[in-house]
Design a protein around this ligand. Structure first.
Ligand SMILES: [Zn+2]
Length: 518
């Protein structure tokens, strides 16, 4: 990737601030934890004053359907939120008597669903929508200039916020942002109101981008850099000190090794040691391409999973992204170690792969879910996961397993386990955090909404989500995002993206591959 200075931008700081309250951090102190929105942005609403939009602390969702767990769906009940927690589930009469001051949310024709947890995202890649989906992995199109190199730091943050708001509107209440350099975007992301796991990523192979067939063909043994490793570990330490546990525990910081093919044994050891020391999860990209698997076999003499096992990186704190090209021996190692696999079904399908999820499940490997890049729509991921797993199973009597409840469980409780918050997240049981989606079930594609989980997974649309609560606060209400000025954000992102891609295409015209022309 060519080194390039960020291009001058026509976007003023004032415009950026107007576009996203999330960006309301004092200039010159990127990444400083603080009260979001305290600068009083022109158009953004300071999250700190949102509360629960009414009587602070108590909301009563009345006369509604509650998906307490995927196997416990209750109709015509009420659910009370007190502070950041689910306080009670009962009849409307009972709860109104118990919480007479509560703000009442009319739940008739609605269903409350546990917030989805996206275990693998690269938010700023929203910039590459419409480009990164159609050239394989790693992207085979050789651009003379990297699009991200044409973004200023503030523009890159804005693109990450775009990904965050898409996540919110498509049902995620928690997102694992897996990238290096989150200190630059942390304040803006925290201010969106979502729950975050910042998986700060380190790598130490010199020249290390994801392995491609071309690189593999000419590759020599990996050269590892102590300097890169130490720089990465310093970033992890600094982000953890600044952000872990902040915002009422809404922000966590985990360490990550970037990719199996780009990690030395020393890096793997250091990342795991950091997680063990601070009682955290950790993550890595694992077995995501054939080139990666062949490269690790060529230079380490074993599969990527075997390489991680040899260096004691597998284990119940690890949630490994992808595992698309794992064999029976790999699956046995993953299962024995208690490693969790996060499944990015939509991106896998996009790359033309269906990972061996049935075999992983059969071996007892816990499954979580994520989106990967370009889009952060985890709702779509659940549907693709269900369909592709049914195809991959190739059952004698197909079309029965998995069920919608299975994929919803993976995207909620399964993902909660991956981020080590299953006691707080993943279901709507009493005592858990109030991370709640309010679904409008009175939609032409959902009625009759008798078995709502199935109706929603098979036929639903993200726009069915009417409101989203995170940590007891509404961050979207009646389809209006309350933490950023969404129309402004869209306009800014579109303008910035068009400028960047015009500049990119000036140097490298983009031709769509594989199209048959008359
Ligand atoms: Zn990824």
């Amino acid at each position: 990737m060519p080194e390039s200075r960020p291009a001058p931008t026509s976007l003023s700081r004032r415009e950026l601030l107007a576009g996203a309250a999330a960006l309301a951090v004092p200039s010159g102190t990127p990444g400083t934890p603080g009260t979001p929105g305290t600068l009083g942005t022109p158009l953004g609403t300071p999250l700190g004053t949102l509360g629960t939009q009414g009587t602070p602390g108590t909301v009563l969702f009345a006369n509604t359907t509650v998906v307490v767990t995927v196997d416990d769906v209750r109709h015509d009940v009420s659910l009370a939120v007190e502070g950041d927690r689910i306080a009670a589930i009962g009849t409307a009469a009972e709860l109104q008597q118990r919480y007479p001051q509560a703000q009442v949310y009319d739940g008739r024709g609605k269903a409350l669903i546990p917030g989805l947890i996206n275990c693998h995202a690269h938010l700023a890649q929203t910039l590459s929508r419409g480009f990164n989906e159609d050239y394989g992995f790693p992207n085979s199109y050789q651009l003379a200039v990297s699009p991200t190199s044409l973004l200023s730091r503030e523009e890159a943050t804005l693109m990450a916020v775009v990904g965050a708001i898409e996540a919110l509107k498509t049902g995620s209440t928690t997102v694992v942002e897996n990238v290096g350099g989150t200190m630059n975007t942390a304040a803006a992301l925290a201010a969106t109101g979502l729950r975050w796991v910042f998986a700060e990523s380190a790598t130490d192979r010199v020249g290390g981008s994801p392995m491609s067939p071309e690189q593999l063909a000419k590759s020599g043994p990996p050269e590892f850099s102590q300097k890169m490793r130490e720089e990465g570990l310093q970033r992890i330490t600094a982000l953890h000190s600044a952000w872990h546990g902040k915002e009422n525990g809404r922000v966590s910081v985990f360490p990550a090794a970037g990719l199996a093919e780009n990690s030395s044994p020393e890096l793997l050891t250091a990342v795991r040691a950091f997680a063990d020391k601070h009682d955290l999860g950790y993550t890595i990209h694992l077995s995501q391409s054939r080139a990666e698997v062949e490269y690790v076999r060529k230079h380490h003499g074993m599969s990527p999973v075997g390489f991680l096992a040899k260096h004691n990186f597998l284990g119940p704190r690890l949630f490994a992204a992808h595992c698309r090209y794992v064999d029976a021996a790999d699956i046995a190692l993953l299962a024995k170690s208690g490693t969790i696999v996060t499944h990015q079904a939509a991106m896998a399908g996009n790359r033309g792969v269906i990972p061996p999820i049935p075999a992983l499940r059969a071996a007892g490997v816990p499954i979580a879910m994520g989106t990967d890049n370009n889009t952060t729509d985890l709702f779509e991921v659940m549907r693709v996961a269900l369909i592709t797993e049914r195809v991959r199973r190739d059952d004698e009597f197909p079309g029965v397993r998995p069920q919608p409840e299975d994929v919803l469980e993976d995207a909620t409780l399964g993902s909660a386990r991956a981020v080590r918050q299953q006691r707080m997240l993943g279901t709507l049981e009493i005592g858990k955090k109030a991370d709640i989606l309010v679904l409008d079930t009175q939609r032409i594609h959902l009625v009759p909404a008798v078995r709502i989980i199935s109706a929603w997974i098979h036929n639903g649309q993200p726009n069915d989500i009417e409101s989203v609560m995170v940590d007891g606060r509404f961050v979207m209400r009646d389809r209006k995002v309350l933490t950023v000025d969404e129309p402004r954000l869209i306009a800014d992102a579109d303008r910035i993206g068009k400028r960047v891609w015009a500049a990119v295409q000036k140097q490298t015209p983009i031709v769509v591959p594989g199209r048959r022309r008359k």
